[in-house]
Structure formats: C-alpha cells, structure tokens
Design a protein around this ligand. Structure first.
Ligand SMILES: [Zn+2]
Length: 99
C-alpha cells in the first residue's frame, strides 16, 4: 500500500521532470528521466500524466522521442487525434484530443 503523501510527491516529481524534459538537455538524460518517471509510476502506483505518455510507445512500451524515434501527425478525421508512428516497432496508433 502506498500512502497518499507518496502519490502527491510522485505528481510533483512528474511536473519537475517534465520541465527538464522540455529544456535543452542531451538525449541520454532525457531517456534517463523517462526511465525514472516509469519507475516512480510503478512504485507509487500512479498514472503517468497524458502529457508524458507521448514519450512511450503504446505497443512496444519503449521510450520514443518525438522526431527521432517516432513520427507525429495531427489529423482531424474521423476525430481529432495525433497519429503516432513508432519507428522501432512500426506500430501506428491514435491519441485523441479535444480543443
Ligand atoms: Zn513501438
């Protein structure tokens, strides 16, 4: 059982690590932080926020960096979504969004 305090701390860490991910850091650090985020989520049994889920492949669960390991396309039909193509496993999947 994980305490509520640990969960709160996890969400604080997600926010902090997101700041780091969107700053100008080398690829190795980016991957390290993403591994850390997954570890935190498993240990504290919290969901990874939507804005961080774009960094993980839905099918092979590998870490994908936009423009390097995956191609992102914004499409509007049949519903508004981002089409993600993982370049390591070749899977194409949709991530819906609302405006
Ligand atoms: Zn994949």
């Amino acid at each position: 059982m994980v305490s509520g305090r640990a969960r709160k701390e996890a969400f604080r860490l997600y926010r902090e690590l997101t700041h780091l991910l969107y700053s100008d850091i080398p690829r190795e650090y980016r991957i390290r932080y993403l591994i850390l985020i997954r570890k935190i989520s498993m240990k504290t049994r919290t969901r990874i926020p939507r804005y961080l889920k774009i960094f993980y492949c839905k099918k092979c669960k590998k870490i994908i960096l936009p423009g390097v390991d995956a191609v992102y396309r914004v499409r509007s039909r049949p519903y508004k979504h981002i089409a993600v193509k993982c370049l390591s496993c070749g899977a194409i999947y949709r991530m819906g969004y609302k405006t």
